[in-house]
Design a protein around this ligand. Sequence first.
Ligand SMILES: Cc1cc2nc3c(=O)[nH]c(=O)nc-3n(C[C@H](O)[C@H](O)[C@H](O)COP(=O)(O)O)c2cc1C
Length: 186
Amino acid sequence: MQVLIVYHSDYGHTQSVAEAIVAGVQTVLSEEGLTASSEVSVQLASQVTLDAMREADVLIFGSPVHMGSMAWQMKQLIDKGSKMWLEGALEGKIGGVFATFGGFGAAGGGVEQTLIALHANFLEHGMLVCGFPRALTGYADGGVHWGLAVRTSNHEGMPEGVSEAALVAARSYGAHVLETALRLAS
Ligand SMILES: Cc1cc2nc3c(=O)[nH]c(=O)nc-3n(C[C@H](O)[C@H](O)[C@H](O)COP(=O)(O)O)c2cc1C
């Protein structure tokens, strides 16, 4: 199984969530005895190649929320990837999405739109996308039905970092995406 996680991060929050997703993915690969035959790669949106995306069985995209939507670095990659739509290169692959956001008070700050926009790209490519089912571990701390959403600021909008509970949710989501991919491959 080739798993590719692509993200953008300015201040490290989205990166730490990406690393926790990797841990969840690797747990499942290890449990299934697939570690040696698999590759899990984590790359920045600004550095990943389209060929790496073509070769992946599972693609997980993550972004901080910037002004109510994804960071431009993710959108730039998505636009570059449009040539793969013409090739049908991503059809049938499994996708997962995650985002971190500051929020303010009770407002989500655009995280759902961001997750949906990431989904839209995968669906346009003919991929299958994984949400975050309520029954999964960590749903209350990082799950929304679209995917993984991690809040990184407090009620006043001041940065608080990524909580351990959110990292548990991230590991759980990584495991879920991998389990789904393995079920579909069998
Ligand atoms: C340019 C910019 C715009 C942002 N816009 C939003 C926003 O619209 N909504 C929100 O909830 N958080 C917003 N944030 C906060 C970030 O989404 C949040 O701090 C995130 O966890 C940063 O991730 P990173 O450390 O991986 O860069 C913004 C941050 C920056 C730098």
